[in-house]
Ligand binder design. Structure first.
Ligand code: ATP
Length: 664
């Protein structure tokens, strides 16, 4: 409490009503958040600050929230900083007049580039006092860095960073002691961390969302001279959560909230074509019986699980009442794939019935064999170029298999039951052979029927089945959720651990024998969302062809770093260190025989799987399957999911125990 009060009194003489929010004030809040791990306190700091922004400078609410979630714009805008460690070091060196060698040595010793910047800065006498940074200025500066292209882009990015760094911390009177309080509220530290993509405050995006709702509710009450009730706060939170799940764009939501108030937000911010939703995801299961247990007493439906690329297709016809025409395809993580699928986009209007003027579809694009008229394996789809594809050059044709409808003719339909959405889908669209089809489905509820359908799906080159709740409220579309109302059964689950894992490549070992000029094995990690760290889970050296190893070497040798990032959680035993470390960038799909506890890895070590809290979970006999271009590192399999898989396997092994005895 005292800490909170102290923060409230903190003087920012330049920050008065209507003036830009000082970046130093935001950094102060960051530094307070960094000192605690308690979610409620974090939320309190965050919402107090946002409330202050609302009081004094509501115009800066958007950039403030964006800087808090380490983003410059919504995902679909495709704005990426694209800055590696070496550029950052160059900028720190050039700003502070220290050589790259010295910066590298510091980095080796301190391990945290943010703190390296603070240390470099504090030894430098200031010749003149630059203008203090503001939140909107930092946002603009970073945006400039992210969007430079063309000749000399790298150099201009470095210049952009230098500009921010040289104006940073001019308000600090004393040298910052980096050994104390994690380096304190230094601006340079948080700028560098933003550039690295990890603020490491333990401030989850969800916490910012809830804090924002609280701040807005409290502020609106204050304006009316009232104190908000718990119900007001809960309502505000629920409104903002729903709105954000349907329209995940602060760029749209925040201005609307300021204009109309949080209570009216749902009316003004609805799902809309052009803004992709985070897709609904499924939980893995290991047996049809598990599916039957889960859905006991409720109706469900089975669909083929196509093995292609998830695609969310948005469309508004030019003559629709609401507007000017939209046609876009978004990936699983909201990346705009329109340049990859011009052939699909140009056909959209031929799949619809006459009355269908706008829609958002959830589908899978699958490679299609035009002569045999059947689905081709996923590998074929991967041979398509990702960018600047010309429709006439396309060799691998795709067929779009639609399995859900989220929006139709001006209205969101996510809250309708799956049965109703499916009916709408059937009435609004007309399949075209080899171009557009409805996912094959079957509504039988019996084990035998499901088994037969699963076999058929495999024969049709699918991965298995998706089993979904069909009726009632629970069968609504739940954006961004891995829901128990959608279960997946993959053909090769039935014997293994349930699912493949998607893991981040953190390091590598040079090969032996024939493989000495490439990496022969790699260190992989899962992602712990609550601590924002990557926890190591296995070494992998199987499943790679010689060609793949060469390609991986070419790709990964570009992103090596001098030492592990401070947000890597790994064993520090000398003999277990990889030969090289990487930036966290690539996600690979990996299969495993089973999971086991090991002192050498850290996956899920805080999830209570090892009573002593020391061992992590590791994969036995992991095997490389493919690169997952459609996942970002923080969308990798989470530590909690790994722990869930491990527990499930344990309970299966245990429950199988006696029956094995019975057999003897
Ligand atoms: P995985 O990691 O299993 O490859 P994921 O994590 O990307 O998948 P999941 O929700 O686990 O996502 O699996 C569902 C995926 O299967 C969807 O993202 C979609 O791409 C694909 N899919 C294929 N057919 C269907 C279908 N009929 N219904 C829903 N999703 C389907």
């Amino acid at each position: 409490q005292t800490m909170l009060q102290k923060h409230e009194k903190d003087p920012y003489p330049d920050w008065t009503a209507g003036t830009p929010v000082p970046y130093a004030a935001l950094c102060k809040t960051f530094s307070l958040i960094e000192l605690t791990t308690k979610r409620l306190i974090i939320m309190e700091h965050c919402s107090r600050f946002l409330r202050q922004v609302m009081r004094l400078t509501p115009d800066d609410l958007l950039p403030t929230v964006l800087l808090m979630i380490n983003k410059l714009a919504p995902d679909y805008a495709g704005i990426e900083l694209g800055i590696g460690e070496s550029l950052i070091m160059k900028a720190i060196g050039e700003t502070t007049g220290r050589s790259l060698q010295v910066i590298k040595a510091d980095q080796k010793e301190i391990g945290d580039l943010g703190l390296v910047a603070v240390k470099s800065r504090s030894t430098q006498p200031t010749m003149f006092k630059p203008k203090p940074l503001t939140v909107r200025g930092v946002h603009q500066g970073l945006m400039g860095i992210a969007t430079v292209t063309g000749n000399g882009a790298q150099g201009r990015k470095v210049d952009g960073i230098k500009k921010l760094l040289s104006s940073s911390d001019s308000h600090l009177k004393e040298k910052v002691d980096i050994t104390k309080d994690k380096g304190g509220p230094s601006e340079a530290k948080y700028i560098i961390r933003f550039l690295e993509g990890k603020l490491r405050l333990g401030l989850a995006d969800r916490t910012v969302l809830v804090s924002l709702a609280q701040a807005v509710v409290a502020h609106e009450a204050e304006v009316k001279g009232k104190i908000p009730s718990t119900t007001d706060l809960e309502n505000g939170e629920s409104i903002l959560k729903t709105v954000y799940s349907e329209l995940p764009s602060y760029d749209v939501i925040i201005p609307a909230m300021l204009q109309y108030g949080i209570a009216n937000l749902r009316e003004h911010c609805k799902l809309r074509p052009g803004v992709p939703l985070k897709p609904m995801l499924a939980k893995p299961t290991k047996a049809i019986t598990e599916v039957l247990d889960r859905f006991e007493g409720q109706t469900f439906t089975c669909e083929y699980k196509y093995d292609g690329e998830r695609a969310q297709i948005h469309y508004v016809s030019k003559d629709a009442p609401q507007g000017s025409g939209v046609s876009s395809i978004f990936s699983r993580n909201s990346e705009d794939l329109s340049k990859k699928y011009p052939d699909v986009l140009e056909k959209l209007n031929t799949w619809v019935k006459e009355d269908t003027k706008s829609f958002v579809l959830d589908c899978e694009t699958v490679a299609w064999d035009v002569t045999e008229k059947k689905v081709l394996p996923f590998q074929q789809l991967m041979t398509r170029k990702r960018k600047d594809v010309k429709a006439e050059d396309i060799k691998v044709k795709v067929c779009v298999f639609a399995f859900d409808l989220l929006y139709l003719n001006g209205e969101a339909v996510v809250e309708k039951s799956l049965r109703e959405r499916r009916e709408l889908l059937n009435t609004a669209f007309a399949p075209v052979e080899g171009e557009f089809a409805f996912a094959t489905h079957m509504n039988g509820q019996e084990l035998d029927e499901i088994q037969t359908f699963l076999d058929e799906s495999v024969k049709a080159s699918c991965e298995g089945l998706m089993v979904k709740m069909l009726d009632g409220k629970e069968s609504g579309y739940e954006p961004s959720k891995r829901s128990r109302n959608w279960l997946k059964i993959k053909k090769d689950y039935l014997s293994g651990v349930g699912d493949s894992l998607d893991l981040v490549v953190l390091g590598a070992y040079y090969g032996k024998g024939k493989r000495t000029s490439v990496y022969g094995a790699f260190l992989l990690a899962c992602y712990n969302a609550s601590t924002d760290t990557y926890e190591t889970v296995c070494n992998i050296g199987t499943g790679f062809s010689e060609q793949v190893l060469e390609d991986l070497y070419a790709q990964l040798s570009q992103i090596t770093i001098a030492r592990p990032k401070p947000f890597y959680s790994h064993s520090t035993g000398g003999q277990h260190q990889p030969d090289v470390w990487f930036e966290p960038r690539y996600v690979w799909e990996v299969k495993t025989a089973d999971l086991t506890l090991s002192p050498r890895y850290k996956a899920g070590w805080k999830e209570g799987v090892d009573p002593a809290g020391e061992k992590g979970i590791s994969l036995r006999f992991p095997r490389f399957i493919k690169i997952r271009d459609d996942k970002k590192p923080d969308e990798a399999t989470s530590s909690r999911q790994v722990a869930e898989m491990y527990r499930k396997q344990e309970s299966v092994t245990k429950s199988k125990g006696p029956s094995v005895d019975d057999d003897f």
